[in-house]
Design a protein around this ligand. Structure first.
Ligand code: CA
Length: 227
């Protein structure tokens, strides 16, 4: 069971990590919003603990982007120092599942994580689909036009990120971050991966879905198909 903690206060993040690791969770920490958002979309977590006040992107905004832009159903528990009703409503409207006001007890946090993570079994459809390409985030199965496509873990993460962000240009940097957290095995790794992904997902089929947008990045779409 993997938990992502998006929290800029290092003491709070470390105490959450220590407590949860003792309860047999594995924990990733992101200390800013952008890193957190990329991890949330690229990796599979049972719960995301999201601080409302972050240095770059607001927690409400991150939650909105996880839910609405990426269509991701992972449970989100928001943490905040602010306790007004307004913030609470704003958090829930953005798609948060639960809410804790700082300071909170770690025991209570763990109890809520348990409840939220048990929702995984009855989570909405984990299938992502663009045209005839489908990806199942739970079983890691990818199909195009009814044919099973086998992908390496990095190619799978790359495709999952693209499918969770369809119809928009994604920069090189964003993809690097999504697959390797900006530490690719070598400088050409992304290019090689995109080449390999195209060979498997596009080449055998009549219509390309993965497009290069010259000078900007890449886009997975079945709209305005031009390369
Ligand atoms: Ca904070």
């Amino acid at each position: 069971m993997k938990v992502l903690v998006i929290e800029d206060n290092q003491d709070i993040a470390a105490s959450i990590r220590d407590y949860l690791e003792n309860s047999n969770y594995s924990v990733d920490i992101a200390s800013d919003g952008m890193t957190g958002l990329n991890l949330a979309i690229a990796r599979d977590y049972c719960v995301i603990i999201l601080d409302l006040g972050l240095p770059d992107i607001d927690g409400v905004d991150i939650c909105h982007r996880i839910r609405h832009d990426a269509q991701h159903s992972v449970p989100v528990l928001m943490l905040t120092a602010r306790s007004s009703l307004e913030n609470k409503l704003e958090g829930f409207e953005s798609g948060a599942d639960d809410y804790l006001v700082k300071p909170f007890s770690l025991k209570e946090l763990a109890a809520r994580i348990k409840v939220l993570s048990e929702r995984i079994g009855r989570a909405p459809d984990p299938r992502l689909q663009i045209a005839d390409l489908t990806l199942n985030a739970n079983t890691h199965e990818v199909y195009r036009a009814g044919k099973r496509i086998e992908l390496t873990p990095s190619l799978f993460r790359l495709l999952m990120y693209l499918m969770r962000n369809p119809h928009r240009v994604i920069t090189r940097e964003e993809l690097l971050n999504a697959v390797w957290q900006n530490n690719p095995p070598d400088s050409d790794a992304l290019r090689t991966h995109l080449f390999n992904l195209r060979q498997l997902v596009d080449r055998p089929f009549d219509r390309p879905l993965l497009h290069t947008v010259r000078g900007f990045g890449f886009m997975l779409t079945d709209r305005n198909a031009k390369d």
